[in-house]
Design a protein around this ligand. Structure first.
Ligand code: ADP
Ligand code: ADP
Length: 211
């Protein structure tokens, strides 16, 4: 039916906020970054093609990613729409998406570049259940602390490339969606709880409009 897009620079807090938005809206979260990492881990052709781009902090080519999402949208749990985390990231991806799916809301989590590096370098993930932590802002509980892992691409050099890719290729999409009347800007430079509350209010104020 209609999907929601979670939009913002790397490290903005998209993955962190996704579970709450998914339970508010009933739409399953789909992260293209997670899908690509799973493809890399499985050793598939798609994974091998994507890996070089991801390690360098560059966007994976549109053709690869558009195919992946089009396939995902045809699965049964996508019938009432998805919560798209990290897709689309280029105008070409947004145009391709618009041909197969309506987007009712684009939640843009805005965080200044200065805050991004610290967020990304301190990010950790619990391999048991995928929970995202931060060594300073959201430390893992004692029982998870010894098993959390850091993503290979979460180092300062790659982050700088990812930020450049974001500004050049992804940021222009905010205006593209604003022109279509679906962009909601959220100040992401606040605590995790405050950002979540602001997103919750934005979803509630959509009221009876179809989210
Ligand atoms: P994204 O999915 O947009 O790349 P994440 O949700 O993985 O971002 O968050 C990146 C890092 O920043 C994680 O370590 C997360 O714990 C932390 N983080 C997320 N939101 C906030 C926030 N509002 N304040 C401080 N740190 C945050
Ligand atoms: P982050 O939110 O920290 O940037 P993601 O997990 O969303 O991380 O993405 C990791 C990497 O996967 C990106 O740097 C990029 O190489 C690739 N990727 C994810 N989503 C897309 C997309 N929609 N288009 C192109 N490449 C993507």
């Amino acid at each position: 039916m209609t999907s929601i897009v979670l939009f913002g620079p790397p490290g903005a807090g998209k993955g962190t906020q996704a579970a709450r938005i998914s339970s508010l809206t009933g739409k399953p979260q789909v992260s293209t970054g997670d899908m690509l990492r799973a493809a890399v881990a499985s050793g598939s052709d798609l994974g091998s093609e994507a890996k070089g781009y991801m390690d360098a902090g560059l966007l994976v080519p549109d053709g690869v990613i558009i195919g992946l999402i089009s396939q995902r949208l045809r699965e049964p749990d996508a019938e009432s729409g998805l919560l798209l985390d990290g897709y689309p990231r280029t105008i070409a991806q947004a145009e391709a998406l618009s041909e197969v799916e309506d987007v009712s809301m684009v939640i843009s989590i805005e965080v200044p570049d200065e805050a991004i590096i610290e967020r990304i370098v301190g990010r950790r993930m619990d391999p048991h259940d995928g929970t995202i932590y931060h060594i300073r802002f959201n430390p893992p509980p004692t029982e998870a602390a010894s098993r959390v892992v850091q993503r290979e691409d979460d180092n300062e050099e790659t982050v700088r490339n990812r930020l450049s890719a974001y500004h050049e290729q992804t940021a222009p999409l905010a205006d593209w969606y604003q022109d279509r009347g679906v962009l909601v800007r959220i100040d992401g430079d606040r605590t995790i709880g405050e950002v979540g509350d602001a997103i919750g209010s934005a979803i509630a104020s959509m009221g009876s409009r179809d989210v």
